[in-house]
Design a protein around this ligand. Structure first.
Ligand code: GRF
Length: 229
């Protein structure tokens, strides 16, 4: 195996995707699968919101999707139990949170230990939670980005798999920064799933190592650029 893609045939990982909204990360996974770059099969997409555009994307690509409306359940645990049941029935081994706007219960994490990935539009552990592009601007950071990590019971707190860094510009608004970050989300999420499919992810405590991975460039990034050399 080289530092790029595995040369051996990798089996297709059965995915279950949880989405609540637009589903552009779901679309990126679909596109990578259809282009033969991602050895995965989306067994089911679960939406807690019947109006989610993610459902339209599923219709277009003939991907099985189910609406599980959290408001129809008496508790978070019962809602989660229903999702676990469906994911297990569909033979899902890796759960992908793609803009899923519900907090999962401990029971859900026990059902899929270190088998749930999430994407977050900031460089964790900075700016966990919501409205993070505005928080990054308000703080005045010069770089932001996105993080794919294993989800655990904390908020955006599990072991980090890949991060992408983007610059923050003086004229940025939360929307322009979010758009720049989202483009990178669409690149790193399929890559993280592909590493998983190739069984190249090793987890030691908080640290994730990609077996046979390329080293990151040693070059530092500066924003604004340095002018004296
Ligand atoms: C993304 O920014 C993701 O990082 C966050 O929610 C947003 C979902 O976007 N968790 P989409 O639904 O994938 O377009």
């Amino acid at each position: 195996m080289q530092c790029g893609r595995a040369t051996v045939m990798t089996k297709k990982i059965p995915l279950g995707v949880l989405a609540s909204g637009s589903g552009s990360n779901l679309q990126s996974l679909i596109d990578h699968i259809e282009a033969g770059r991602l050895d995965a099969e989306i067994r089911v997409v679960l939406c807690n919101n019947a109006d989610a555009y993610a459902l339209e994307r599923c219709r277009k690509h003939r991907i099985p999707a189910r609406v599980v409306d959290h408001r129809a359940f008496a508790s978070r645990e019962l809602f989660d139990r229903r999702m676990i049941e469906i994911l297990n029935d569909c033979g899902v081994t890796l759960v992908i949170m793609a803009g899923f706007m519900r907090i999962l219960s401990p029971e859900f994490f026990r059902a899929f230990p270190l088998r749930i990935m999430n994407i977050h539009p900031a460089l964790l552990p900075s700016f966990p939670g919501t409205h993070v592009q505005q928080k990054a601007l308000d703080y005045g950071v010069r770089f932001s980005g996105c993080t794919v990590h294993f989800a655990d019971e904390g908020v955006d707190s599990g072991p980090i798999i890949i991060q992408a860094v983007v610059p923050v510009f003086d004229e940025d608004t939360a929307e322009s920064l979010a758009e720049r970050i989202l483009k990178e989300e669409h690149r790193i999420y399929p890559q993280a799933v592909q590493y998983y499919a190739e069984e190249r992810i090793e987890i030691a405590g908080r640290r994730v190592r990609i077996r046979n991975g390329c080293a990151a460039t040693e070059k530092a990034l500066h924003n604004p650029p340095l002018t004296f050399y």
